[in-house]
Design a protein around this ligand. Sequence first.
Ligand code: SAT
Ligand code: MN
Length: 593
Amino acid sequence: METNLTSNKSLLDWLDEKVELLKPSKIVWIDGSQEQIEALRAEACSTGELIKLNEELLPDCYLHRTAVNDVARVEDRTLICSRSEKDAGPTNHWMDPEKAYKMLYDIAAGSYEGRTMYIIPYSMGPVGSPFSKIGIEITDSIYVVLNMCIMTRVGKKVLDVLGDSNDWVRGMHCKCDIDAENRWICQFPEDNTIISVNSGYGGNVLLGKKCFALRIASYLGKNEGWQAEHMLILGLEKPNGETKYICAAFPSACGKTNLAMLIPPEGYKKKGYKVWCVGDDIAWIRKGPDGRLYAINPENGFFGVAPGTNEKSNPNALESTKKGTIFTNVAHNLDNNTVWWEGLDKNPPTNAVDWKGNPWNGAESEEKGAHPNSRFTAPAVNCPCISSEFENPQGVPISAIVFGGRRAKLTPLVYQSKDWNHGVFVGSIMGSETTAAATGAVGVVRRDPMAMLPFCGYNMGDYWKHWIEIGETLDPDKAPKIFNVNWFRKDDEGNFLWPGFGDNLRVLDWIIDRCEGDVDAQETAIGYLPYAKDINLEGLDMTEADLDKILDVDKDAWEEELKGVDELYAKFGDTLPKELADELAKVKADLEK
Ligand code: SAT
Ligand code: MN
């Protein structure tokens, strides 16, 4: 074994066991140094695991292709292994921990033979922040190491903070044979442990992300009085220089990265509005000494969806990918050794290789060049609008929490909840049309409470209760106000009724005005809706009458929708908080009025 980077006994004992099980030929500690990263990049290029891209156009950037059967999260193979099935709840897949360990150890045994075991010490959150948590991931994939070095804070400094503590999340990743039939992503919340086998794709193997920062962390948060949420964090700077922070939860591939890096419309820009990105996917939230809620982004990079990202839709994300980025499953332009994806521009390369590794002519081929869930892994520091508070160990104070989904019909552009518990209800009934971020059918409405359906590490009924209890500890004047938005309403011909992208700032502007008590709203059964005149349409080819079409509450359609909520709630039995049953009854009664 090469020299240990720590004398932490709980860690060294755990590693001994894993070496015995996995039988690596070599062991490498990841120290976080630039020299080590360079050496690993070179090694991965020599085996074809990575392709080095044009150094002039895309310095320090690389391309990786996963196996064709391994391109998204696998929700039916993602398990919560709590001792009691009830603690995993009705929306998670569960397996008894003893049985799961046995199954996983059988699959993993000897799988590092002839391979190297990389030991990655990483911090979720700024190293040493009171919000932060430490994890160790072992992996046999250089791709995973290099992605973790972008997405998290990695290396010796993390072990120095850990010291002798036993408080760290155990993560074991084994590529094995990338066998889809034996692919499992297992969380053991009571043991602070994650085991992932037979995958090499993002959310399944970058264990700091969904597995730790959401599934394990949500469970830790429940026990320790804080929250781990699937939310972006952005700062909206007003012309007077004041910045208000918003957390927003949307399911995967619904535009969190775009919203987090939004460029204000021309008129707003002229007045001096700016948007600052603190995070694009995950927020860890806790109460600060002044009684307000504060959030940090535990990640250090963006694992964003490539298709559709372009100079117009998200110039800040595009700029973030111009150096030090790893691209996964996009097309490779052989003419200039760069990358391309659908929606980047209107000039697909003609001499290229598609995401599956086959020759591809973008001018003629019917096939896509990039997979719809192809990704970029880009360092947060590259982002032109990264917030000055990004590294703030105390986080940023939250004024508003926004829920949202992808709904062609029903849900209005924006509405505000009546109070905290009603806001928890609004989050709990979120529904969204499915996307390519997970395997399975795309475009069907499914309930996705708080955008946490695939990411809650325990019983979602208890999770809702935790939300309600957090609210009870907050002074109503200091609690964030809770909203719901829908950028995706369509007319009967399938055209979007709202321009989206930068123009979403018009809605955020109303949201902040509501938080400050600066604007009136109309009370409806589902919550407070804006008056059309109060959403600034300056510079848009849209009238107040157009806007009214997406600021409606269709009683019959909502009654139908609430039947879906009845079905969801019925699954929870006695773990459904009474407060939510009460909120549902109230909305139903108000719709009748
Ligand atoms: O694949 S990830 O889980 O990392 C990204 C996502 O689905 O949001
Ligand atoms: Mn996500």
